[in-house]
Design a binder for this molecule. Sequence first.
Ligand SMILES: *[C@@H]1O[C@H](CO)[C@@H](O)[C@H](O)[C@H]1NC(C)=O
Ligand SMILES: *[C@@H]1O[C@H](CO)[C@@H](O)[C@H](O)[C@H]1NC(C)=O
Ligand SMILES: *[C@@H]1O[C@H](CO)[C@@H](O)[C@H](O)[C@H]1NC(C)=O
Ligand SMILES: *[C@@H]1O[C@H](CO)[C@@H](O)[C@H](O)[C@H]1NC(C)=O
Ligand SMILES: *[C@@H]1O[C@H](CO)[C@@H](O)[C@H](O)[C@H]1NC(C)=O
Ligand SMILES: *[C@@H]1O[C@H](CO)[C@@H](O)[C@H](O)[C@H]1NC(C)=O
Length: 492
Amino acid sequence: MPPPRTGRGLPWLGLVLSSVCVALGSETQANSTTDALNVLLIIVDDLRPSLGCYGDKLVRSPNIDQLASHSLLFQNAFAQQAVCAPSRVSFLTGRRPDTTRLYDFNSYWRVHAGNFSTIPQYFKENGYVTMSVGKVFHPGISSNHTDDSPYSWSFPPYHPSSEKYENTKTCRGPDGELHANLLCPVDVLDVPEGTLPDKQSTEQAIQLLEKMKTSASPFFLAVGYHKPHIPFRYPKEFQKLYPLENITLAPDPEVPDGLPPVAYNPWMDIRQREDVQALNISVPYGPIPVDFQRKIRQSYFASVSYLDTQVGRLLSALDDLQLANSTIIAFTSDHGRQSMDLVELVSLFPTLAGLAGLQVPPRCPVPSFHVELCREGKNLLKHFRFRDLEEDPYLPGNPRELIAYSQYPRPSDIPQWNSDKPSLKDIKIMGYSIRTIDYRYTVWIGFNPDEFLANFSDIHAGELYFVDSDPLQDHNMYNDSQGGDLFQLLMP
Ligand SMILES: *[C@@H]1O[C@H](CO)[C@@H](O)[C@H](O)[C@H]1NC(C)=O
Ligand SMILES: *[C@@H]1O[C@H](CO)[C@@H](O)[C@H](O)[C@H]1NC(C)=O
Ligand SMILES: *[C@@H]1O[C@H](CO)[C@@H](O)[C@H](O)[C@H]1NC(C)=O
Ligand SMILES: *[C@@H]1O[C@H](CO)[C@@H](O)[C@H](O)[C@H]1NC(C)=O
Ligand SMILES: *[C@@H]1O[C@H](CO)[C@@H](O)[C@H](O)[C@H]1NC(C)=O
Ligand SMILES: *[C@@H]1O[C@H](CO)[C@@H](O)[C@H](O)[C@H]1NC(C)=O
């Protein structure tokens, strides 16, 4: 593994989100367009805070940790819906899923909900060259099969050519044959094209940075990495970092007693892989054999370390090109899990605009389907101001500012084949969830997908966890509480 990047003593500012991870760095506010700051937005697929910078003792992530050490790290940042396409459309437009009306993969917000501006579109309209590499928008109809081109990007987005092999039979099994497995450590020289998508994306991103070095315009470069999303297809040498005997099991591998069935994710996408199918694990509750649990964790961590080296190469190139001191870096995942300050990914849009010195879009009215440019999140700029001694080091927000909202749709009250990813027409229940510093509170309520109407008097189930005494959220206290009353008081 390459050594971690060396620090340059720059006043990086970063931000990291739990289950989602954001690092933001910037030198200072630019004065004029000639010294406008560039933006590098790194989006990682399904990365939870299994990183050294979040206190994980096992995972090796020296490059991301190095970035975080110079950055403002958000300990409690939340995605608005833990599914790729809805999450990305939400934070890239700065609107919640109830506004983008995307809870699945099957519609394009500009025609389905409203013609909402995106972060890159806004930078493009403000004189930036905007570029997309890898998985930034979710591909397919949710970004009109073009990653929202031409609106978001100055030229057509780049996709690595080896992306098409991700879910194909390229994993050598113990039988010597090739399979489409969940666990897929590979010899890179042996795979089709002799490379992997994230390696190609890093190379392309570095080439673009080299081009931008001499550009008169500032740039906004978004780089979307595939790993550690399943399948865990990564260079096999990263497995050596995590000997199986050193891998612990999840601290709470059992399904919690008080978990309402509607809340359970039956991980159907994992079951489809050949190596998992062979285990004949009962649907929906499993369990997964203990040895295989260890192997899954080993490959997840190895994928994170592989991702980390890609991030390291990218950031080293930024340094080498002497662009680091003029580039804001935001690092985030689209989702993951878990939980100082609570922030939401919808705040990325106003915050990046603010950091770059652009006008921060105004707050959205309710409803805001007709408004192209507004923000549902907050400008988090004040979090960066601790560095400026003239400023109040921390402006306490009103209590509502310390709430993060998210949601998740379900097709039925009990787990079934499409519970993880129901299509819009199949959504019958919406889980609305709030996280405060003290608790995680969720109500699962009736939802009408034709009208986009949630019925708060039709409560199917509830969850309440006190995160101080129950950080892993294993003891549901909902039935001991006052039901949905609290939730209604706190809804935005
Ligand atoms: C902004 O402009 C002021 C006055 O013109 C100058 O003193 C300051 O150094 C400039 N800051 C940057 C970041 O260029
Ligand atoms: C949507 O917004 C884009 C970008 O501003 C604009 O070019 C387009 O005309 C708009 N479409 C509609 C239907 O308003
Ligand atoms: C979506 O893509 C189609 C086909 O390329 C195009 O005709 C249509 O105008 C696009 N939609 C929007 C809103 O730009
Ligand atoms: C595995 O655990 C042993 C015992 O704690 C430790 O000495 C060793 O360094 C670990 N190996 C790795 C690769 O972390
Ligand atoms: C799979 O498990 C079920 C019980 O859960 C059992 O009836 C069946 O025989 C098993 N199939 C195989 C191929 O082991
Ligand atoms: C960034 O650093 C390079 C070399 O260290 C220097 O030439 C350049 O002026 C710096 N840019 C800014 C905006 O400070």
